[in-house]
Design a protein around this ligand. Structure first.
Ligand SMILES: Nc1ncnc2c1ncn2[C@@H]1O[C@H](COP(=O)(O)OP(=O)(O)OP(=O)(O)O)[C@@H](O)[C@H]1O
Ligand SMILES: [Mg+2]
Length: 251
């Protein structure tokens, strides 16, 4: 029996524009389990990012409850939320949110200070950036990098803290296929070592890394596919199973 790390009860999210209300998430009851590489798919506009933000403290639900690691986040104050963000979760944003006045190295290392000694964090930031082919760009500013380069800085920043849960909103979306594979390999490796991952993607190759695939449609979880642990040898088989699952849901 796996531990539940995220639980939603009757989660609803609506956006009000003028006089019309657009209900994007409709009474979602969902449990996400420790150790899983959970991937969320669904057509564009189905609410994947909205769901990810709502279960990761980045946005608040309109109604319903969300718990992270046993704490009901809908009732926490901003300090308690900040503590969860610093220590327990990290987030790879769809729009990168790097700080433009900090170097690549500083963007990553500053997120980690306080979690271990400064020397340890500095070393880890350097190692992470080097593993993402950014070893030569430590002293550059984000604006000097390509979109894919900036995305990799955001990934390094999310990995500096050894968070229990890593959230990603299309973290490989801006990367070429070989860099995308490299990032997926890093995430798979971290997942195998025990970090839980919750990630949104449009990419079947990325989805093949999932141990569980959720399909979002019409504001609800319409499909829930369990997959075993990823091994490169069974990738083609997994991609077939995922393709079939997506076809059944009119992806
Ligand atoms: N801040 C907002 N204000 C108003 N409407 C919003 C807001 N954020 C999202 N929406 C609406 O909610 C719906 C779902 O958006 P969301 O970004 O969650 O979709 P998505 O599944 O992530 O799409 P994509 O695959 O294109 O990233 C859309 O109709 C969108 O217009
Ligand atoms: Mg989105």
């Amino acid at each position: 029996m796996k531990n539940t790390i995220i639980k939603t009860e009757k989660l609803c999210k609506s956006f009000i524009i003028g006089k019309t209300s657009n209900t994007v998430l409709k009474n979602i009851d969902l449990e996400i389990y420790e150790g899983d590489f959970t991937i969320i798919m669904g057509s564009s506009g189905s609410g994947k990012s909205t769901l990810l933000y709502s279960i990761s403290t980045m946005d608040t639900p309109t109604s319903g409850d969300v718990s992270i690691l046993g704490q009901d986040i809908t009732h926490l104050n901003e300090y308690e939320i900040a503590a969860i963000r610093k220590k327990d979760i990290s987030f790879i944003f769809q729009s990168m949110n790097l700080l433009p006045d900090l170097t690549v190295f500083e963007n990553v290392a500053y997120s980690g200070y306080g979690l271990a000694s400064k020397e340890q964090i500095n070393q880890k930031a350097t190692d992470l950036l080097t593993s993402l082919d950014l070893g030569d760009s430590l002293l550059k500013y984000p604006s000097e990098l390509s979109g894919g380069g900036q995305q990799r800085v955001a990934i390094a920043r999310a990995l500096i803290s050894d968070a229990k849960i890593i959230f990603g909103d299309e973290p490989t979306g801006a990367l070429n296929s070989s860099m995308g594979r490299q990032v997926l390999d890093i995430l798979t490796d971290l997942n195998n070592k025990g970090q839980s991952i919750v990630m949104v993607t449009h990419d079947i190759k990325a989805a093949a890394r999932a141990t569980r695939l959720l399909y979002l449609s019409d504001g609800k979880i319409a499909g829930d596919l369990k997959l075993g642990t990823y091994i490169p040898d069974n990738r083609a088989e997994r991609e077939d199973a995922i393709f079939q699952f997506l076809k059944e849901h009119n992806w």
